[in-house]
Design a binder for this molecule. Structure first.
Ligand SMILES: [Zn+2]
Ligand SMILES: [Zn+2]
Length: 273
């Protein structure tokens, strides 16, 4: 799991190195606004902060001291969660929506998943930091990609590449296509084009993963529940009886309350104290 962190870190350093070394100074010369050029650096600071919070904040560890309060937060749906389930390791009745993480060796309140990137569980108390981490990470790729595309478009326009003509087999003057412009740019700025291609690929992967987590947010599901629901639906595909899971998720309480649950997670501790 460590090499994944390193690969992500190295690719980030490579992209930002290229951005700072070539794209940034060229764009300064071309008179780009400071705010757009500095945006990738602001986002990287935000991302580092949320990464730190994801790594260090308690995801919602269930302990004998908070166990009673956490039991009251969610009702048992009788499908995925049953009142009678006891964690054999922690020796506590499992509150609904909790799960024992085998990596961290603890039960976590509203367990989402164990994240190898941040080497911590993602649960009720740190999922908001995880979402902000994903948003800033995708934002970094989007900002670097946008500035780089704008730079290349500007260069193409300034050098009149789009107006260039070539002579075809019949001896006619024909305007060059976009492929020719990309080829010319690639020959002039190979490192920038490589960096852009990689950044766009990473952006689409990250944006997809972030969108998935926002879908879970608005439907009030954890990754763990989504995975179990999906498998259950697949198992019941041949069955004439619809799966119990298809009848609805009892934790879904409408958009506003679902979002509120993430921003200010319920632990019932406020009421007890
Ligand atoms: Zn446990
Ligand atoms: Zn864990």
């Amino acid at each position: 799991m460590f090499h994944k962190d390193l690969a992500l870190h190295h690719s980030e350093v490579a992209v930002y190195g290229e951005y700072s070394w070539e794209v940034f100074p060229y764009c300064m010369e071309l008179g780009f606004g400071h705010s757009i050029l500095l945006l990738p650096y602001i986002l990287v600071l935000g991302k580092m902060y949320f990464f730190y919070l994801c790594c260090t904040r308690d995801p919602g560890t269930i302990s004998p001291s908070n166990h009673k309060q956490l039991l009251k937060v969610y009702t048992y749906d009788g499908i995925l969660y049953h009142q009678s389930h006891i964690c054999p390791t922690c020796e506590l009745t499992k509150p609904a929506r909790s799960k024992h993480c085998r990596v961290c060796n603890r039960c976590v309140h509203r367990f989402d998943h164990h994240c190898v990137w941040v080497n911590n569980c993602i649960g009720a108390l740190n999922i908001r930091y995880f979402l902000l981490y994903l948003v800033t990470l995708s934002g970094m790729a989007a900002a670097v990609g946008t500035v780089t595309v704008r730079f290349l478009v500007q260069v193409a326009l300034m050098s009149n590449l789009h107006q260039a003509m070539y002579v075809n087999a019949d001896g006619e003057h024909v305007p060059v296509g976009n492929l020719y412009i990309v080829q010319r740019l690639f020959l002039t700025f190979p490192r920038i084009l490589f960096m852009l291609g990689f950044t766009l690929l990473i952006f689409f992967l990250l944006a997809g993963y972030t969108a998935f987590h926002f879908y879970l947010l608005i439907t009030n599901q954890t990754s763990n529940e989504w995975y179990k629901h999906k498998n259950s639906c697949l198992c019941h595909m041949d069955n004439s009886q619809p799966s119990k899971y298809l009848r609805g998720n009892i934790y879904h309480r409408g958009f506003v309350r679902n979002v509120k649950e993430i921003i200010s997670p319920e632990t019932q501790q406020k009421k007890v104290r």
